[in-house]
Design a protein around this ligand. Structure first.
Ligand code: NAD
Length: 506
């Protein structure tokens, strides 16, 4: 194995980043464990109520006094562009900080994730001076303007699976829209974002506009959601936590919330799919990429019965070709599972589903990586029905559940999940079939003859049903960070008639 860096050489910050300073504020510390070798990367502050308040005050003060919200939009865009350049400059360091404690392989973070951060800053920076208000169609004696304004303090809460990307999808548009931000990363993957925040200062973002609050979800995250000084909440994570966040936001100030949550996304393959070999590779990667720790993982294969055996054989070939290893090893293709508890959950879902009658075609085993690191073998379960556990629950591991169909209507009915609706794919050469399926499947994203590789800042991403509401990315991912105000200007009123005329007219 060729190591691309040594995680023990990395210096990490254990504190929060509040008002431009790194400090743990005297908060208790806990260890942050590397999933790749179970070593301790460093410690982390667990925000107390006082630290939450300090972070939110800092953002509030910056919103009211720093000039970030009121500066010429083009000037704000220029600062975001400078910030993007600094992110690219420090890509190697950011990639090390990110991949040491997450399940993201170093090379992918360096090539892709860091570029999504700089790309988000550039893309949303462009909106600063290009998204305008409106003059609406009212009668000629009035002028009605629709202005848009930043909410104020935006709280962002993100998970551990793509820490930098998912953070950038939130802070870049929120700040481009003129808000000040308090971001809480996952307690499992906290370090790279602190360096991104330091680069913001270097680029000229005023102190307090971007703050990082560290700590556990049930304490720090929950206190952030409930803080009276937070105006808007943008959350990515599990459906259960999303529901809790929404309930807390409702009970503590009726704050607006946007939610990017879990999925159980189908990859539908018709017998007329182009190049079945390529489709099988896409299906396998869709289910196992990042060890299945992807919100839009294509965790269900919905396959036309006439090609089931032949196609599954091809998929299994791809799923059994993998190399486990650390995120910093060049050869790793199957990174670790985030922690032992998650590994046990994956295995539990697989064994329960087997006891419910599914057939195991590959995987179904825990594997030991460096120093006992937790990996799970890519697993294919055939003969899955909607009553089975693997169909109902998001696994968040490299597990593919297979269902078969005989007709187009059956394919669409199976693809449509009763709970989740994050993404779907349809493989066919028939454009009419592809478009009908894309329109009928209730999911926020549908790929035709592909999975996941096609995404772009221009295109909104987010779920239907309990996969969430509100979009990240695209114009919608910017506009949600501004509120609308109507301003009415009345034209000159006709002079009131003398009272006598009224009487005459009467
Ligand atoms: P999680 O819900 O456990 O935690 C997400 C974040 O919320 C973390 O920062 C956590 O500390 C915080 N948190 C936990 N409890 C909280 C509370 N009561 N109040 C406020 N914050 C709280 O999710 P996870 O295990 O970190 O991530 C995996 C989940 O994220 C999966 O379900 C996955 O599908 C989902 N996800 C969704 C998307 C999307 O775009 N739809 C993207 C990535 C991940």
């Amino acid at each position: 194995m060729t190591d691309l860096f040594n995680p023990n050489d990395l210096d990490v910050h254990s504190g929060h980043f509040i008002d431009g300073e790194i400090s743990s504020g005297g908060d208790p510390q806990f260890d942050v464990i590397r999933p790749s070798d179970l070593g301790t990367q460093g410690t982390l502050a667990d925000a107390s109520a006082q630290s939450v308040e300090r972070a939110v005050h800092s953002a509030r003060r910056a919103f009211e006094q720093s000039g970030w919200a009121t500066m010429a939009p083009r000037e704000r865009a220029g600062i975001l562009r400078r910030w993007a350049d600094l992110v690219d400059r420090d890509a190697a360091l950011l990639a090390r900080l990110e991949s040491s404690v997450s399940c993201r392989p170093y090379q992918e973070v360096f090539m892709r994730d860091v570029r999504v951060v700089s790309g988000s800053l550039r893309f949303f920076g462009e909106y600063c001076d290009k998204v305008d208000g409106r003059v609406t169609s009212t009668p000629n004696d009035t002028l009605s303007l629709t202005l848009s304004e930043p909410w104020g303090v935006v709280a962002g809460i993100v998970p551990w699976n793509f820490p930098l990307i998912l953070s950038a999808w939130k802070f870049a548009p929120a700040m481009a829209a003129g808000n000040c931000v308090v971001l809480k990363p996952s307690e499992l993957t906290p370090y790279a974002i602190t360096h991104v925040a330091q680069l913001a200062l270097e680029a000229g973002v005023p102190r307090g506009v971007f703050n990082i609050l560290q700590g556990h979800g049930a304490t720090a995250g929950s206190a952030l959601v409930k803080s009276p000084e937070v105006d808007y909440i943008t959350f990515t994570g599990s459906t259960a936590t999303g529901a809790q966040v929404m309930a807390d936001a409702a009970l503590h100030g009726l704050k607006p919330v946007s939610l990017e949550l879990g999925g159980k996304s189908p990859q539908v393959v018709f017998a007329d799919a182009p190049q079945l070999d390529a489709a099988a590779a896409i299906v396998a990667a869709g289910a196992t990429y990042n060890a299945g720790q992807v919100c839009f993982a294509g965790s269900r294969l919905v396959i036309e019965a006439s090609i089931e055996d032949m196609f599954i054989e091809k998929v299994v070939k791809h799923m059994t070709k993998f190399r486990i290893g650390a995120t910093w090893s060049k050869e790793t293709t199957l990174p670790p599972t985030i922690h032992g508890q998650q590994l046990e959950r994956i295995h539990q879902i697989v064994t329960t589903t087997l006891s419910e009658g599914a057939e195991l075609l590959c995987g179904g085993q825990r594997l030991e990586g460096l120093n006992g690191a937790h990996h799970y073998a890519p697993t294919l379960l055939r003969g899955v029905t909607p009553e089975m556990t693997v169909y109902r629950e998001e696994v968040f591991g490299p597990v593919l559940a297979v269902q078969t169909f005989e007709s187009f209507d059956e394919a669409v009915a199976l693809a449509d999940h009763p709970t989740f609706g994050l993404a779907a794919s349809v493989h066919t050469t028939d454009i009419n079939k592809a478009m009908s399926a894309a329109r009928q499947i209730q999911a926020g994203t549908v790929w035709i003859n592909d999975w996941g590789r096609r995404s772009d800042f221009t295109s909104p991403f987010g779920g239907y049903k309990q996969s969430g509401h509100g979009k990240d990315m695209g114009l919608a991912g910017f506009q949600k960070y501004r509120k609308q105000k109507a301003v009415w200007i009345l034209g000159q009123q006709p002079a009131p008639a003398p009272s006598g005329e009224h009487r005459l007219a009467g």
